[in-house]
Design a binder for this molecule. Sequence first.
Ligand code: SF4
Length: 229
Amino acid sequence: MKEARSAKSIEKKAERVNILLTSVYGRKERTCGDDPLDTLIETILSQNTSDINSSRAFELLKRRYPSWEELLEDSPENIADTIRSGGLAEIKARRILGALNLLKAERGGYDLGFLSSMTSDKAANWLISIEGVGPKTAAIVLLFSFGMPTFPVDTHIFRVSKRLGLVQERTSRESTQKELERLIDPEEYYNMHLNLIEHGRRVCRSRRPRCEVCALSGLCLQYRKTVKA
Ligand code: SF4
């Protein structure tokens, strides 16, 4: 009984967090989804680098290779040179080639549209079978390009969720995704995902979080434990 009450109160907290974040950062509406394969390649490029660097690398890649066939005809070295600004160029070039080759071998072309007929779990499993694609990358593709009910957990969301007490301290990143998907209304995944990231970047920063100006302090477990004490 006590456990059920506490699960309910965390759900309420998640709802309240979403309302407050929306009032501070605005509502994020998903418009029409980007091409899922573009989103996948862009997300691979974004691993371990800033948005600015990965966007530049993606732009250069698209400019140099107007079609994926043209990219596959080029050497891995040239592809890596093209995306150098995104960091880890050799590894990312290999992952991109691996994703495109797998897609071609299994589906005969370069279109991820077939994922839309799968459940989100099955679609995520298919994406995760690509080397270098983990649960976060898969969830980004499914949420942003297909509007599927998945909640990608990046480093900001992982940190802020723990500090707030939405998940327990020792929860893994993968389990954090499952927990947040259980706590939050699927209609709110897109909005809350983006607003939690914005909050993590602007206020609840990794080092020296700005608790004194935080709209969530009244709900925050870490604030109660440390700052108030
Ligand atoms: S009160 Fe501090 S620790 Fe809690 S969410 Fe806000 S900035 Fe992060």
